[in-house]
Design a protein around this ligand. Structure first.
Ligand code: FAD
Ligand code: SIN
Length: 521
């Protein structure tokens, strides 16, 4: 099938939907998602969305907290822009039907998370993301200019490369004409020509064995953009959340929100001892990279696979009313958080780097935009401050929408783009070739490119990745495409970018911590 559409949006999380809702008042929009439209990282967000609401909080404090967490690598202008524009964007989310919790006096209830010097996290109990995606999807489904394509898998962006021109990373005039998308109804590859393409494909937690990210988070947008020769950066900064529920075998790992530590939860080791005072004066509410490394160190010292989050001293009624999702989840595996400590372990959680964009979400490829977790805006630097990502997505999708509306009428569809050609290729029926390689990849990344790194471990990872890259590219060239193979290829591309950028960074900073380099911040 061939289709022409003004705006092609790949991804139906907060970044994709807020962009779609804005541009849809000006042209036709297709939103594609590789699973059901609500199956996104957005849906799993617990803690909430950071913004300055009331005094004594101020933009200045939020900006400062973001810069401190980012360990010197944030772009100050971007931080100032996101923090100061965020409030208006949140008002829009509310106007579009999102419900955030309020206190008895009518003011919004504000939670606290690591690295924040004030309470500033708007939330809906401990299921904020589910509430946001509910409201956005309802609105998108009712918009006559938005068509949702669920289960459609974007394979590659279309550029001059598909017109037979050799495109290199140094070319200045690369343009995106749309994308090739696997149509699940026909099991064929559709050609979608678009004036503007927005990548809102989320993160890449599934390059690791253990992650809080849903299975859709395989870095597809980052890999597609990289193959289209867009600039990708800062991929070494993978954030591990300090506290996911230790429940071996469960995928994705269930998150125990940082807001629970903000509410008074205390970390303890297997001897029942508090330990955060040994690592940082901010204790349980130090930035995530610090808490994660502290837990990692305690686990290694005691030869254990987890530590505990103790909430047993907190008011039990308030605990259940503020964190009903966590209470129910833990109870389902026999842990009553009012009386039992919660076993927790760090898990891969957030991709701080990604596709380089300017302040309007424009990538280095013309007519290609990116927003949300797949993008790299300069906001997070070497470590994202908790609950700043939903905020970043709404600010950037708004700015990208403004720019797109201004430009799209002067863009022509590139009708000479050929359809996907798979003549001569064979159907690969041995899925084991893919699933086993994916497990190998996740083991390599988890063993060698995790919370603590070294030059030797990174080099080992690179050597092993090169082997599976070659095997998988050979298979890709011979096979009729299927989703599993495309996902594996993307995971390998993204892992390569993480490892390569980690090797190139000759310092320990933020989330990139190497035993070979003295820590500077
Ligand atoms: P997502 O919401 O992940 O959406 C990605 C979309 O892209 C999906 O629709 C997917 O189907 C689609 N897609 C991907 N690849 C393809 C492809 N090849 N073809 C077609 N479609 C594709 N951040 C906060 O600020 N506050 C929080 O409290 C918070 N809590 C979190 C809790 C958890 C458990 C997790 C995992 C993350 C949390 N985060 C939080 C981070 C935040 O949720 C995400 O960064 C954010 O939701 C990402 O939004 P997004 O729109 O960029 O991507
Ligand atoms: C959490 O609720 O702890 C996650 C918040 C985030 O990732 O920003």
């Amino acid at each position: 099938m061939r289709k022409e559409i003004d705006f092609l949006v790949i991804g139906s999380g907060i970044a994709g939907l807020t962009y779609a809702l804005k541009v849809a008042n000006y042209g036709k929009v297709a939103v594609v998602s590789k699973a059901f439209a609500d199956e996104t990282s957005t849906k799993y967000a617990q803690g909430g969305i950071a913004t300055v609401m009331y005094s004594p909080d101020s933009y200045k404090k939020h900006i400062e907290d973001t810069l401190v967490a980012g360990a010197g690598l944030c772009d100050r202008e971007v931080v100032e822009m996101v923090v100061s524009e965020g409030r208006d964007r949140i008002e829009e989310l509310i106007a579009w039907g999102t419900d955030f919790d309020r206190e008895n006096d009518g003011n919004y209830a504000l939670g606290r998370e690591g690295g924040h010097s004030e309470n500033r996290i708007l939330h809906h109990k401990d299921t904020t993301g589910k509430e946001i995606i509910r409201a956005l999807l309802k609105r998108a489904k009712n918009h006559s200019n938005i068509e949702l394509f669920e289960g459609y898998f974007a394979i590659d962006l279309i550029t001059q490369h598909h017109l037979g021109k050799k495109v290199t990373r140094h070319d200045k005039d690369i343009t995106c004409f749309g994308a090739y998308i696997l149509n699940p109804q026909l099991n064929k590859i559709d050609t979608i020509l678009s004036k503007i393409t927005m990548l809102a494909t989320g993160g890449s937690g599934n390059v690791y064995r253990t992650t809080t990210n849903p299975v859709v988070a395989t870095g597809d947008g980052i890999a597609m953009a990289y193959r289209a020769k867009a600039v990708v950066e800062n991929m070494e900064f993978i954030q591990f959340h300090p506290t996911s529920l230790y429940n071996p075998g469960e995928k994705p790992s269930f998150l125990i929100t940082e807001a629970l530590r903000g509410f008074g939860g205390i970390l303890r080791n297997h001897k029942g001892e508090k330990f955060m005072h040994k690592y940082d004066d901010r204790l349980e509410l130090a930035p995530r990279d610090i808490v994660t490394r502290a837990i990692d160190t305690e686990m290694k010292k005691q030869g254990r696979s987890h530590v505990f989050l103790d909430c047993t001293h907190l008011n039990p009624n308030e605990l259940i009313s503020e964190f009903p999702g966590i209470y129910a989840k833990c109870l389902s595996i026999g842990i009553d958080i009012r009386n039992d400590m919660i076993p927790v372990v760090p898990a891969a959680h957030y991709t701080c780097g990604g596709i380089n964009v300017n302040k309007y979400g424009q990538t280095t490829v013309s007519n290609l935009y990116a927003s949300g977790e797949c993008s790299s805006t300069g906001l997070h630097g070497a470590n994202r401050l908790a609950s700043n990502s939903l905020l970043e997505a709404i600010v950037y999708s708004h700015r990208a929408a403004q720019k797109s509306i201004q430009l799209f009428r002067n863009i022509e569809f590139k009708r000479e783009v050929p359809d996907w050609d798979d003549t001569g290729l064979i159907l690969n029926e041995e899925l084991i070739l893919i699933t086993q390689t994916q497990r190998e990849l996740q083991n390599i990344m988890s063993s060698y490119v995790s919370i603590v790194r070294s030059d030797l471990r990174l080099q080992r990872a690179l050597d092993r990745l090169q082997l599976i890259y070659k095997e998988t590219e050979d298979l890709y060239k011979k096979s009729i495409l299927n989703r599993e193979l495309c996902v594996l290829r993307n995971l390998i591309n993204v892992s390569y970018l993480i490892v390569k950028m980690a090797i190139n960074r000759k310092e320990s900073v933020g989330l990139h911590y190497s035993i070979d380099y003295p820590k500077i911040k």
